[in-house]
Design a protein around this ligand. Structure first.
Ligand code: KG4
Ligand code: ZN
Length: 336
């Protein structure tokens, strides 16, 4: 089955073509993304109105590019999978309406996909993983642990009580004047920094060992920056970034290992934009191995928002012959 995936839930408009033979088994024929970082950078964060307006301009060319790169035509497609939530409603609507139009015009089956389900299944794009596996989803909007029990059967077993980890990276980068989005910049600076230069308290949620809390680290960095003037030894951005990143990484690892033990999961899958973080990948791989488990982290292009994961998440339903009505709506808070 040849499936077109469409994703526009936030600030990236993406399209992909995958070929699938069985649930979770797919070859990615193409995966294209129109990134809007340059547009939102001036505002230090995503401006929803600008995101959706730009999707309107880029969605058709992005889909065309995906088909072209795959060497396929619209007539070759067997189905469409499109993100219908959660996300920014104006952004979601652009991709969903485009998918509906295409499905209607070409008589194609269309399914609406939950964006988080896409992240959860993304590790399957390049790996065979036996279920159940544990997935740590870390992005700008989400930080949670899920048991992936089967296609369509996911159980959340841990979550952040406040900020998402990516949000903490972005907010701290903003405080440090590093621009937007901040995760990648902090990752790069940290390679040259001393991770033990400043003490950042590691927060744990009392009585909930599989939950996370990141609002405290952000405040800790703000306090350090405010008090820095009296410091005799200058604090370099590299050292502060490395110290902060180490705290976040450790605060992600502890609940993840606790959850893997609770589940008895052999495999931990790391997914979401923050999964691009080099230190997190290294440390979590080490911690998993030390605990007798395996870490599977997708290639960076499948960690951040992309349409290949959406196509994959829609594919098992399309393979079963399911299709959604063209009346389905975008849902900003769509539950998994
Ligand atoms: O999954 P994603 O592309 O979008 C959603 O939030 O759904 O994730 C974006 C987030 C941003 O917060 C960004 O700062 C963070 O991922 N990020 C990183 C890195 N690359 C991207 N955070 C830490 N280290 C990185 N290398
Ligand atoms: Zn995402």
């Amino acid at each position: 089955m040849l499936i077109l995936g469409i994703e526009s839930s936030c600030d990236d408009a993406a399209a992909a073509v995958i070929e699938t033979t069985a649930p979770g088994i797919a070859e990615v024929r193409s995966s294209t993304v129109a990134n809007q970082d340059d547009i939102h950078r001036a505002y230090g964060g995503i401006v929803p109105e600008l995101a959706s307006r730009n999707h309107v301009v880029t969605i058709a060319p992005v889909v065309e590019r995906a088909l072209e790169a795959a060497g396929r035509k619209l007539d070759d497609l067997d189905g469409i999978a499109v993100t219908r939530g959660p996300g920014l409603v104006g952004s979601l609507l652009v991709g969903l309406m485009f998918a509906k139009g295409l499905a209607q015009a070409r008589g194609l089956a269309m399914v609406g996909v939950n964006h988080i389900e896409g992240h959860l299944l993304a590790p399957l794009l390049e790996n065979r993983i036996a279920m159940p596996y544990l997935a740590l989803v870390v992005s700008g909007g989400h930080t949670a642990l899920f048991a992936v029990e089967d296609f369509g059967r996911y159980r959340r077993i841990g979550r952040t009580r406040d900020d998402a980890a990516g949000e903490a990276f972005d907010k701290v980068a903003k405080l440090m004047g590093l621009g937007y989005p901040g995760g990648r910049v902090i990752d790069e600076l940290s390679r040259r920094g001393n991770r033990k230069r400043v003490k950042i308290p590691r927060a744990q949620v009392k009585g909930a060992p599989m939950d996370f809390s990141f609002s405290g680290v952000k405040t800790a960095v703000a306090t350090i920056l405010a008090e820095r003037n009296g410091d005799s030894e200058p604090l370099t951005p590299e050292d502060l970034a490395a110290s902060f990143q180490e705290a976040v990484v450790e605060m992600l690892i502890k609940p993840t290992i606790a959850a893997a033990r609770e589940l008895g999961a052999d495999t931990i899958a790391l997914t979401g934009g923050v999964a691009a973080n080099s230190r997190l990948r290294d440390r979590l791989a080490e911690a998993a191995a030390a605990d007798g488990r395996r870490l599977v982290a997708p290639a960076l292009k499948y960690c951040t928002d992309n349409a290949a994961m959406i196509a994959l998440a829609g594919s098992y339903r399309l393979l079963r012959g399911e299709r959604d009505a063209l009346s389905i709506d975008a849902e900003a808070n769509l539950a998994l």
